[in-house]
Write a protein that binds this ligand. Structure first.
Ligand SMILES: Nc1ncnc2c1ncn2[C@@H]1O[C@H](COP(=O)(O)OP(=O)(O)O)[C@@H](O)[C@H]1O
Ligand SMILES: [Mg+2]
Length: 371
């Protein structure tokens, strides 16, 4: 099933929750919706599920509008952060309960107990890794197991679209990492079109075929995880996704394939077709692209101001070119110390120029004169 939002606007009183949003999810694709709290992620899922009606725009399943279709007939499965299992039903009954509800107008109707009887529930419990636990009550399950039950219950009616709203947010970090991979595996094996909402950018990059990065009421960029990470379309995306060094510079010249950019009075070269002389630009260098005390096309002298130990990684904070750059170094590197004067190096191709945010206030010189 393909899902499309076309020019969707949604208000709650005076709050503009979504402004002219368009997006498409391909058949069998997992699209992660990621953005800060309150940006409108849940609202998108509620619109697709049919719990909310848009003020403008259309929602299409395989090119057919579903705006007139009630939630129970949209063929959509839902999983929320707080599992919401029935406490008085055991695992088997919770999953079987799912069978009675969501039905899709576009899928063959469920025939009472026939479709998805005992064997279907059993298969689902297998799929989500709960084999043997069918008689447990929710209170006897760990948080992760409860969320597996919720997933099996959502999948029981064989929905054509799966909506996951921060499904792992209530779980601890280790479990989150394991379950997100399992969810992805299950989603792949079922080839079910999925929207996966999270506020955790790392989780989004890990699970998604494509990621939609949202700021308040807007989609900033939609693309494969690598693209969103390496070629952020806006400064917002560059800041939100991954750990990055964003510095302002000015284009002062061109040198063959490269632009020469002045950053804090130091010249660096970036391979980019984009950019005009004297234009201000935002330069992005990811910490893993910075090499300390090694030969490189661009070298800045700096001083180590701090070192964070993170297991296999050292995050090295270096003051250079009037700013602080974070470099990712190997934790086995024992040569780095606070106060050291070091060379910060990176290649011309390891720099991305990020278009400045369109929605940030224009500088006076850009303002059309109206008087
Ligand atoms: N039922 C509602 N009534 C009033 N405001 C709402 C309602 N649902 C959401 N909002 C508002 O819409 C915006 C987007 O909310 P939501 O979609 O829940 O964001 P997210 O899931 O990204 O945290 C927020 O400002 C929120 O307060
Ligand atoms: Mg939400």
């Amino acid at each position: 099933m393909r899902v499309a939002l076309r020019n969707i606007t949604k208000r709650f009183g005076t709050t503009l929750a979504l402004e002219n949003i368009s997006l498409e999810v391909g058949d069998g694709e997992l699209l992660a919706l990621v953005g800060p709290s309150g940006c409108g992620k849940t609202t998108i899922l509620r619109l697709i599920a049919g719990f909310e009606t848009p003020d403008a725009g259309d929602i299409l399943f395989n090119d057919q509008s579903v705006l007139g279709v009630p939630p129970e007939r949209r063929g959509v499965g839902l999983v929320f952060q707080n599992y919401a299992l029935f406490p008085h039903m055991n695992v088997f009954q919770n999953v079987a309960y799912g069978l009675k509800f969501v039905t899709s107008p576009l899928a063959p109707p469920l025939k009472g107990e026939g479709v998805g009887g005992r064997s279907c529930v059993q298969e689902l419990l297998d799929l989500v890794g709960l084999k043997g636990l069918e008689h447990r009550m929710p209170a006897e399950l760990s948080a992760g197991q409860q969320q597996r039950v919720a997933l099996a219950r959502a999948l029981a009616p064989n929905p054509k679209v799966l909506l996951l709203d921060e499904p792992l947010s209530a779980l601890d970090a280790k479990l989150r990492e394991r379950l997100r991979l399992e969810i992805k595996k299950i989603q792949r094996s079922l080839k079910i079109t999925t929207l996966y909402v999270t506020h955790d950018q790392e989780e989004a990059l890990a699970v998604a075929d494509r990621v939609a990065v949202m700021s308040v009421a807007h989609i900033e960029q939609i693309g494969p995880p690598q693209e969103v990470y390496h070629a952020p379309a806006t400064e917002f995306v560059a800041r939100f996704i991954g750990r990055g060094n964003l510095v302002t510079g000015q284009i002062v010249g061109r040198d063959g394939e490269s632009l020469v950019i002045s950053v804090g009075g130091k010249m660096i070269r970036a391979r980019s077709a984009y950019g005009k002389l004297r234009q201000s630009v935002t330069v992005l260098v990811r910490p893993e692209r910075i090499h300390i005390n090694q030969p490189a096309e661009n070298i800045l002298m700096g001083t180590i101001r701090g070192i964070e130990f993170a297991g296999d990684t050292l995050w090295v904070h270096v003051e250079a070119a009037g700013t602080t750059l974070i470099a990712k170094a190997n934790a086995l590197d024992t040569t780095l110390h606070e106060g050291d004067i070091v060379q910060v190096g990176f290649a011309t191709s390891d720099i991305s120029l990020v278009p400045s945010d369109q929605r940030s206030p224009p500088t006076p010189s850009q303002e059309p004169s109206q008087r």
